[in-house]
Design a protein around this ligand. Sequence first.
Ligand code: ADP
Ligand code: ASP
Ligand code: MG
Length: 438
Amino acid sequence: MGIKVCKFGGTSMADGNIIRAAADIVNADPERRFVVVSAPGKRFGGDTKVTDLLYRCHELASSGEDFGEPFSKIRARFEGMEKELGKEMGMRAALDGIEAEIGAGAGRDYCASRGEYLAARVMAAVLDVPFVDAKDIILFSADGTLSEETYPLASSVLRKYPRAVIPGFYGRGADGEIRTFSRGGSDISGAVVARAVKASLYENWTDVSGFFACDPRIVPSPECIREVSYQELRELSYMGANVLHSESIFPVRSAGIPIRICNTFRPADEGTLIVSAANRKRRGSAVTGVAGKQDFTVIFLEKSMMNGEVGFAAKVLGVLSRYGVSFEHLPTGIDTLSVVIDNHYLQGGILEKIVEDIRREVHPDSVRTHEGIALVATVGHGMANTIGTSARLFKALSDAGINVIMIDQGSSELNIIVGVDNADCAGCIRAIYREFFG
Ligand code: ADP
Ligand code: ASP
Ligand code: MG
């Protein structure tokens, strides 16, 4: 019998009734032995995720302000669940302890992690299976990345349990303190557990019936992709298709464990299977999906004979690394080089300093910057051997009146990335979707 690891996201943990439905899903299949949960998410539009409330509590507490208001909302959610589920789960004492820790100056990651901690205790009580704390199985290295020591540790601990519930999102740092992954990181925790227990399948339960060819908030009811490769998923999720964290493929890909995206609210739906490109049985059209992300800056450099100047790009990148800035893309021409940077690196006037240093060090003929750019990626293994894909794509954009500011095609021919104005992001995604799926 295989082992399945199930991860339930924030919407699947939002209140007692949904948690009961999630527990029924787990109980329906004896292979579903390990369950990883997120903190409760939004119950309705305008609601606040428990993780956001916890970040707010920490922010207020660390500036000496009263955090009673956001904390009372967290308390109400967990105590409310206890009532809805009709079971005493020790929430009150646990919440009192957490409130005291936040008041006593607990760290930001510790505070943020408590949503997952409490949610896992609730799920463990509902399923009546042991709770295993993520801090005892998931380890981070001193540089904040997942430590490889996690796998032997997690596997030796979890081997003792026929079934267990584990909180997502966090683990223990090299200094012994709680550390979290980046936002949405419970998806990574689920993948780590799946690899540690040598699962045959990692089920990721969420609020949509699979991975769509584009964001359902941009195109209503887009086509569902039945099978997608790990690389395609990574490209699309990194570019904004955030149904699954873009880093969650790494633990499972190396072990060949497939991921299935399933809908907690429609458990009978087929969902999407994520496998290696070689194992992908059902291939769709040339394009698998399209996704976009806003708020990038492009630095355009021009210099005659740039192609013959040894070390030009290295010097430009040297400037970036001095400012601790990494780049997203680096499209080049014979005499041109563009550097695409995520705006979060460029706070506090850093862009001006970078441009000044580039001018001084490589003496370009011209430097231009364009802020407020969105990157839209069209992704699919099939594009490499389908003639005319890019012609169709650019015609669709010109017919829609969208001005393309930058073009980059990955060397694997897995994607074509265009840079457009932030304001054109949704329109660009819609035009590409219409062309290939519409
Ligand atoms: P969870 O709380 O279960 O982790 P998330 O909110 O992180 O769920 O991810 C699910 C959401 O991702 C969906 O509700 C959907 O709005 C959004 N989403 C964005 N792009 C896509 C896509 N290409 N396919 C499916 N969902 C997408
Ligand atoms: N609760 C965390 C967040 O909101 C992690 C997760 O849900 O995956 O980002
Ligand atoms: Mg998520």
